[in-house]
Each structure stands twice: as C-alpha cells, then as structure tokens.
Design a binder for this molecule. Structure first.
Ligand SMILES: [Zn+2]
Length: 278
C-alpha cells in the first residue's frame, strides 16, 4: 500500500460522526438566521443610506444645493409643501426658493428674512427694480435676503451691515439730502410668543433640537409669515458720493483711495493686515 493509499485508508481520518438530517436542518436554519441578521444589520442600512444619498444628493446637486448636509425638510419639494400649508403666495415662494439656493441652504434666518424684505418693500411702497439702500443689523443670514430680493448688495455698495446682533433691517430710497425716510422691520419678541418653536430657536435655547425640530420650525415660520414682525418709520443718514484720488502705499507700493490711507501706509500694511506672505 502506498503512502497515499495508507492516508485514505487510515481509520483515524474517517469521520466519526455522520450528520443526521436533523443536524443539517439545524445548521441550515442557523445559517439562515445569520444571513437574515446580516441582511438586517448590514445590507439593509447600507441600502437605505445609499438610496437616501443617491436620491437626495443627486436631486440637491441638480438644484445646485450641494454645499450643506441635506435633511429632508430642506428639500425644495418639502419647503414648497410647507409654504403651501402656510399660505405663502406663489410669487414669494419662488423668491424664497431662489434665496435658499443663493444661501446654499434654507436657513431659518434666511426664510424669516424673506418675509422681512417683502414686508419692508411693501411698507416703503416699492416694487422690484427700484434702486434701494439698506442696513442690516446682523451679518448672519439676513443680508442675503436683502441681496437676492431687493438687490441691495455688498457689491453695489448699497448694503451696510452693522453688527449689532439684532434681527432687523432698514431700507430706504435714494436721497440727495443727506438723510432719508426709511422703514425698519424687526422680529418682535412679543409676537414670537405665539410661535414656541421659533421662539426657542431665536433665543438659541438648548430646548431647540435642530435634528428633530427643523420641520416644525419651518412650518411655524411659513405659517407665521409677517405675524412675527413689527415695523417703525425711521430716518437714516445718507452718505454722499465723495471724490477721491489714488495714493501709493510707501510700504507695499500698491495704491488705495486717499480716504483709506493710514498715514503713509495702506490698510493691509497697517491696521487691516490679514495675511502673511509665504
Ligand atoms: Zn501697503
């Protein structure tokens, strides 16, 4: 007998236990259970996450809303449904969607800002296309509503941001007199009491959970519209355009308007220095 034959005939290598039909069934049901559990724990969540990502991110990218983490309440369709429920006019709905896209996502502050600008323009008796000036009392969210809806922009130099920290805007028509009558619209804390979710969000309260309460917040914002706002007639000073000449900074050799030179240096070489050369 060869060594190979010996190996095959070696009794010690023979299985001592022949599996019965019951054993096979138990084993296969165990495999079935394990397969089921892996499906539930691994495959299904991965499938759901992938579908969510592909549907929502693709849709969002299609709308150029790809800068932020997406939640279902922020999707244009969901916003539109919320605005329908709140009775927002279709014209304002369009503006709100454009504004949210410009802002890269529908921040609650931007949505409230849309109602503020819409209200302020109506109070001032102006429609789109009029040359307007504005002041915004916070750098957060609200300036974008003035920029997109009233074309009061940083770039056209008609928007002034005063970082007071209030959710308020003032808009006025051009004036040659050095002063102008204006309308100031602000979020009225007294009126917020009717809208508990907006109230706790606005107060930056820990009671507001943005993971679970965003939809509710949007619903209240759309339902409230102007009802959380108040206004006052005010007067603002208007700066006249001044003539200027160009001067050269002795430090960097670049030029700036004369009214911005600090001694013999430009802002970047003195008080407004914000970069180091590499
Ligand atoms: Zn300089």
């Amino acid at each position: 007998m060869t060594r190979k034959e010996q190996m095959f005939c070696n009794e010690g290598n023979l299985p001592t236990h022949v599996p019965s039909a019951r054993d096979i069934c138990t084993k296969s049901s165990r495999y079935g259970y394990m397969a089921g559990m892996s499906y539930l724990c691994i495959v299904l969540p991965v499938f759901i996450a992938t579908s969510y990502f592909s549907i929502h991110v693709y849709h969002k990218m299609d709308n150029h809303w790809f800068m932020q983490v997406i939640v279902p309440e922020e999707m244009p369709d969901a916003l539109k449904a919320g605005m329908d429920r709140g009775g927002v006019s279709s014209a304002l709905q369009q503006e709100i969607l454009q504004l949210a896209e410009f802002h890269t996502y529908p921040a609650p502050g931007v949505l409230i800002g849309a109602f503020m600008v819409d209200y302020a323009m109506e109070l001032l008796g102006v429609t789109k296309g009029r040359k307007l000036y504005g002041v915004c009392e916070t750098p957060k969210c609200l300036p974008d509503a003035l920029q997109v809806m009233a074309h009061i922009t940083i770039g056209n130099n008609r928007l002034k941001i005063v970082p007071i920290g209030k959710f308020a805007i003032t808009i006025n028509l051009p004036s040659e007199d050095g002063i102008a009558d204006a309308v100031r619209v602000y979020v009225d804390l007294e009126k917020l009491k009717k809208y508990p979710t907006i109230e706790i969000w606005y107060a930056n309260s820990p009671a507001f959970d943005k993971k679970t309460m965003k939809g509710q917040l949007f619903d209240e914002i759309f339902c409230a519209g102007r009802n959380i706002l108040s206004f006052e007639r005010v007067r603002v000073t208007v700066k006249k355009k001044e003539k200027w000449s160009s001067v050269t900074c002795l430090c960097c050799g670049e030029t700036v308007p004369d009214y911005l030179i600090e001694g013999d240096r430009c802002g970047a070489c003195s008080s407004m220095k914000y970069y180091a050369k590499i």
